[in-house]
Ligand binder design. Structure first.
Ligand code: NDP
Length: 322
């Protein structure tokens, strides 16, 4: 069992910034990188709205910079995933896929992940290269000249649909209602684009696939069409597409803490207003795991800084740090 003053879970902008401040405060934080080291920005291309990079910077490069920066100040990074957390008594106990750890202060920066339709097939086909994706900037390039669909009606769906028109011959924007949730400016831009074909009042009932053989003789299952169901009258129809982009929001990664920390109805951790403090003294939360409003790299980084400062002050008050 290895004990640490501060453990940070997660390595998106929030986790790295918390680690940066904690290491510079001589707290020698241990950081678990988790299942997606570097977080959501590692699956984006250019980041143009992170201050300090006037020409923009690729998401993975930005996360590499953050990683190098925390290592420079003595943060210990472990490529481990936390499997369980016990917050009922101090020190807090964590079990990862490789070992057991305890800590005085815990900073949760586990972020959020794209939501899937829950058809089973969509997530599976995204992993196997079957033509389903939750990231247009990562995968749009593969759909040059093809007819594809985006499902969702929020800003992400509309933004992704517009982005995908750079590659696809036609982008069907499938929404379960007759009105988009996206901001007016985004809607106007999308609906004025002649490559975007809105499909109202429809849900994806099934992803239809066919099995193709690659030039190397491997068999791969690929999407060929969507079975759509009208959300008003229940009628079914088929839409042939070669790709599906799912953009129906995000799910905070809070399963580890269910029953231990309060969450809102969608699973986001609740923190004391204006701070990163959770109701358990010594446990702090920052980044997308506690923020469904802003969800930006810069706001996540800002709250990571707050979490480290909150943790440091708490440790000093408890006599656990100088
Ligand atoms: P949202 O929660 O705003 O939108 C999710 C969309 O998916 C909604 O239209 C919803 O439908 C639909 N949806 C949800 N579940 C299902 C389902 N099971 N089947 C079919 N459709 C479903 O998420 P976003 O990711 O779009 O945006 C999140 C936040 O990020 C927002 O605050 C947004 O403004 C912001 N954002 C801002 C951007 C920008 O300003 N450039 C870009 C991207 C995001 P319904 O409308 O019926 O609820």
């Amino acid at each position: 069992m290895s004990h640490h003053k501060v453990i940070v879970i997660g390595t998106g902008p929030a986790g790295y910034t918390a680690a940066l401040y904690a290491s510079r405060a001589n707290l020698a934080p241990l950081v678990f990188e988790g299942v997606q080291p570097g977080g959501q920005l590692t699956i984006t291309t250019e980041v143009e709205n992170y201050p300090g990079f006037k020409h923009g910077i690729p998401g993975p490069a930005l996360m590499d910079e953050m990683r190098e920066q925390v290592l420079r100040f003595g943060t210990e990074l472990k490529a481990e995933t936390v499997l369980s957390a016990s917050l009922g008594a101090r020190p807090f106990a964590l079990t990862t896929d490789k070992g057991d750890y305890t800590c005085d202060a815990l900073i949760i920066a586990t972020g959020a992940s794209a939501r899937w339709l829950g058809l089973g097939r969509d997530e599976e086909l995204s992993r196997s290269g079957g033509g389903v994706s939750a990231c247009a900037t990562c995968d749009g390039f593969f759909y040059r000249g093809k007819e594809i669909a985006v499902v969702g009606g929020g800003d992400t769906a509309v933004e992704e649909a517009v982005f995908l028109t750079k590659f696809a011959s036609k982008v069907h924007l499938i929404h379960r209602r007759d009105r988009l949730r996206a901001s007016k400016a985004m809607q106007d831009r999308a609906l004025a684009n002649e490559k975007i074909h809105p499909i109202w009042n429809q849900g994806v009932a099934e992803i239809l696939t066919s099995v193709l053989e690659t030039p190397l003789g491997d068999k791969i299952e690929k999407i060929r069409a969507l079975k759509l169901q009208n959300t008003v009258d229940g009628t079914l129809s088929e839409l042939p597409v070669e790709g599906l982009f799912v953009a129906i929001g995000h799910q905070p990664n809070t399963g580890l803490f269910s029953g231990q920390l309060p969450m809102d109805e969608t699973g986001y951790l609740q923190v004391e207003k204006g701070s990163t403090r959770t109701p358990i003294a010594g446990v702090f939360a920052c980044g997308d795991v506690q923020d469904h409003t802003y969800r930006q790299a810069i706001t996540a980084a800002g709250s990571g800084c707050m979490a480290a400062i909150d943790a440091e002050r708490w440790l000093v008050n408890e006599g656990l740090a100088e």
